[in-house]
Design a protein around this ligand. Structure first.
Ligand code: NAP
Length: 285
């Protein structure tokens, strides 16, 4: 079985982006700029934002950050986004989700300029993607596609099963795509038929060996912090796991992403790639 190592691949992609970023700086006399708006104190979001900003620094992007308390009103968040909308040094704006209760991501994203949307979350950019004229591409699905492409896992004519939202890109790569969700009947029968399974159900370790055919490629998007039974209370030790029972499927499936170190680093690499593309468009090519 082959491990699909997102850390190694993302390092390669970041090296390519660094070269692009340096060429951009020589040509435009400024760095590509990524701004983050973080509302509240959700610990997972804090870690995600720190990782994104660290990766941005690695490719010599300028970064900008506005942190707001969880008591912030929608108008405060809108104003923070608007400030970055108008800032000529900012090419991409990241509104870190989820937002605290009471704030509507949908309404706030309406105020984000699609030309500065590296997460592909605005309605305009999602529409452009489906119309075949992408401005940016959703980072996690794109990271998965880039991983499959660089690892030379064939998709054309293959059966890809997706749990969660990433069907469009697989379809564009000529796979036959089945989309499953929480109301799907006999999920296991469907996933067992697949050559490639992308699991983003958000359920810790809910799929195992019996859910996959031998040799299938399994992409585990899920990431969860769960109590580690190897440590008894009150230590409260935790570990990270995905949606797949890794130990059980190891050696049975043909290729598998680890959690952590699989899809996560790819997502960040693609965020940088989207921001680089927006910077070029913003600077006029
Ligand atoms: P989501 O929007 O809630 O989507 C989950 C999908 O799984 C939905 O389509 C849901 O169906 C389906 N589902 C849930 N339980 C199911 C079941 N028992 N059987 C079949 N389908 C089921 O979640 P998300 O935001 O995509 O996140 C999913 C996971 O990916 C989370 O663990 C999240 O932390 C992780 N994630 C990782 C990255 C990364 O970079 N690695 C990025 C984003 C998310 P319904 O539509 O019917 O509810």
């Amino acid at each position: 079985m082959r491990w699909l190592d997102g850390k190694v691949l993302s390092r390669q992609i970041k090296k390519e982006i660094l070269e692009e970023s340096q060429a951009f700086q020589r040509q435009h006399r400024r760095r590509p700029g990524l701004a983050v708006v973080l509302v509240g104190d959700d610990p997972a979001s804090q870690v995600y934002v720190a990782n994104k900003l660290k990766a941005a620094a690695e490719v010599e992007f300028a970064s900008f950050e506005t942190r707001l308390p969880s008591s912030a009103k929608e108008a405060d968040v809108r104003a923070a986004i608007e400030k970055f909308n108008r800032d000529a040094d900012v090419d991409g704006i990241l509104l870190q989700l989820p937002l605290p209760k009471g704030l509507s991501a949908e309404r706030l994203l309406e105020g984000l300029r699609p030309e500065k949307d590296p997460d592909c979350l605005t309605v305009e950019n999602i529409g452009r993607l489906w119309a075949g004229q992408p401005r940016t591409t959703p980072c996690t699905p794109w990271g998965v596609m880039e991983m499959l492409r660089r690892e030379k896992i064939p998709l054309a004519g293959r059966h890809a099963v997706v749990i969660g939202p990433m069907a469009h890109l697989l379809l564009s790569a000529d796979a036959t795509v089945t989309i499953c969700h929480s109301k799907t009947r006999d999920l296991s029968r469907i996933t067992r038929d697949a050559d490639v399974v992308v699991v983003a159900a958000g359920r810790p370790e809910f799929l195992g060996r019996d859910d996959f055919k031998a040799g299938a490629t399994v992409i585990d998007v899920g990431i969860h912090r769960v109590p580690d039974p190897a440590h008894r209370e009150p230590s409260g030790k935790t570990r990270l796991c995905g949606d797949v029972r890794t130990k059980e499927v190891e050696g049975w499936v043909g290729a598998l992403t680890p959690v952590p170190g699989g899809v996560g680093p790819m997502t960040i690499a693609m965020l940088l790639k989207n921001t680089m593309a927006l910077a070029r468009a913003h600077a006029g090519g």
